[in-house]
Design a protein around this ligand. Sequence first.
Ligand code: URA
Length: 431
Amino acid sequence: MSTALEPFDAVDVIHAKRDGRAVAENELRWLVDAYTRGYVSDAQMAAFAMAVLLNGMSRDEIRVLTDAMIDSGERLSFEGLGRPTVDKHSTGGVGDKITLPLAPLVASFGVAVPQLSGRGLGHTGGTLDKLESIPGWRAALSNDEMLAQLREIGAVICAAGSGLAPADKKLYALRDVTGTVEAIPLIASSIMSKKIAEGTSALVLDVKFGSGAFMREQERARELARTMVALGSDSGVATTALLTDMSTPLGLAIGNANEVRESVEVLSGGGPADVVELTVALAREMLALAGQPDADVAAALSDGRAMDVWRAMIRAQDGDPGAALPAPRETHTVTADRDGVVTRMEALPFGVAAWRLGAGRARAEDRIVHAAGIDLHVKPGDAVTAGQPVFTLLADDPTRFDRALGALEGAWDIGDAAPARTPLVLERITA
Ligand code: URA
């Protein structure tokens, strides 16, 4: 800890935010830097975060906070690549495997797609956990390896190094245990500091709302999306956001290995309609930002171009794209108790059930069971007859089934009439 005289006092900054006054740029920058250095304590930063949650932040304050978090670590640059870079970020949901088919699909148009991803915590899965179902696949790449792969193949999905926005890492862990995760200025600056530090020239955000999403209400998801789009454009990163529905799991697979299998189906020109729709919608937005608004995205899925990039991308990270994926030791299938139509499948309880089966982790150090999860056989709107399989639980240990079934009680229904169809992509937000 430094013994030099500090230019500000954390208590003054906390008072300003607590009392609804603006925090000056140099004070906010100092706060983030002094917190990262360990001079400002966790208790003080938690008080500041709570004041932000209660009183909000102006657009200028959010921009300064984001810049300060970027400045706390390294900044990557993709300028030497000689092709445009476009990244995508999803705020996370149940069955959200879209990054897997999307990155190779967009790269098949000559655009570089750097996807610096994370692991799952709680009921939403992590992209790296899913890919680690593939025998041999390696998430940790050096910056040089990542750049070489982007140059040669165009797509890379790898672990974000700890050098990007370390202030965010510390603050996010603190928010997690102080009831301050939900503050929109803190979420927006957290996500965007990492994306801007990563050095992408354009970014498409999939901001989800609904029971399986971080934001339950569409209104709050819209506010988060607008805040992030503004931060991107203030930093020279062309940013578009789609608001998408996460009240029902995405696709038919919830887990890790089964989500890889479903992604490969999409890359083979098949796959569930909602996964294809969202992959195509996000790919169009990414390619539009990269200067290809008329790209025939669907053709690249059906003619194998995207699949070729997928195979090369997996091989480049020591994975075997042709290897068998882990299979569960135990399964338990739940069937329909009557004839009718599936009216509802709530995303959150299905995500929690998959997690309880071993597909997710409760603590960062927990081990994932890659074969665990849930395979849905039907989705809301599908007709079923009594005795027909509705979903199958997958696990290595049959004692997990009861807890998963407990989470699923009341989470799905069979009725007489099909539910009203709601769109998957509800809004598009640009600067
Ligand atoms: N993801 C992040 O990276 N940060 C947040 O604050 C929330 C979700």
